[in-house]
Design a protein around this ligand. Sequence first.
Ligand SMILES: [Zn+2]
Length: 355
Amino acid sequence: MRPPLRFTSVPSAPSSRTSSSSPALSRRGLLGASAAGLTTAGLAGAGAAQAASPAARRRTRAARTEPGRSGMRLRWLGNNGWEIRIDRPGAKPATVLIDPWLTRFPTGTYTEEGADPQTPLVVHEHVIDRYRLRADQILVTHGHYDHLPDVPHLASTTGATVWGTESHANMLLALAAPHRQGTLRDQLSVVAGGEHVQLDGYSIRVLRSLHSMTGPRSRVPFPGTRPGGPPPRPQTIADLVEGGTLAYAITSDATGFTLVNFGGSNFSAADLDGLAPDLAMIQPGGASVPGYVPRLLSCLDHPPYVVPTHWDDFDEPLDEPAVDWGGLEELRRAVRDAAPETRFVVVDHLESFTP
Ligand SMILES: [Zn+2]
């Protein structure tokens, strides 16, 4: 059977390594950033930004996106995995994980042959534990094997609230060890898109979104939902279906800075209305979407920062520099053409960026 996930580009060779563990700016990120669009004005609150007219909103956005003023730190965990640390005055920073997937078993997804649907699904808890992640929230964008399978273990080790659709929740329960299912069930927050949730020092907006469509028939790979209760325990990568796709926007109360993450290279334009984030984490690809990058950036009101995500070949190790599966430069060009003032900041594996 022809595998559904298939890309034709050949991965490029890895570049030399920059710092791997310090919470500093990625050197590659700085080199990849444009100096345009910087301002020196002060910060603005979240409420003011949301209530203002589009022009005023743009001015306050330019003010709070002066480098280093976001109150957030982004660390890339590979694929669409991100650790977002949010500073909170007078309290410990909050940590939000998005699609944390650290096991990274080989699937051949980015080879000419593509991924074999019968590839056994594995979760290596000892690999996940090596990264000592903490989390208050874990956000799941969709159910596929490169996004969801490590979440039950991380829910167990962090105690975080886990956000996802009913299908994601059911697949997470099916993956969890039987003695952990009750605790996991208590941690799940089933969302549909459209929610805007206030938390301690930050808020999360859940956005209905869409998955990439690939191949000659423009299909969502491993499509489907799992409503009504946990399915049988997933055995292969094909058993983890999309289950709906969400995007998430996170806003710091202290600075008003808003980032948005897309778990697939597609989007629902109507659901982005009025968002105008400061930073967008977007993916290469989107070949099936007319005007993917310019239209997405237009819907987002041309954010000051774009940070590419999901651009590494995940058959390659997380502890070494990311290997581009072939879409990064095309994305960089598309962003430059559509939004010349936007800073395109590339963060390498396990490196951090403080906007
Ligand atoms: Zn997917």
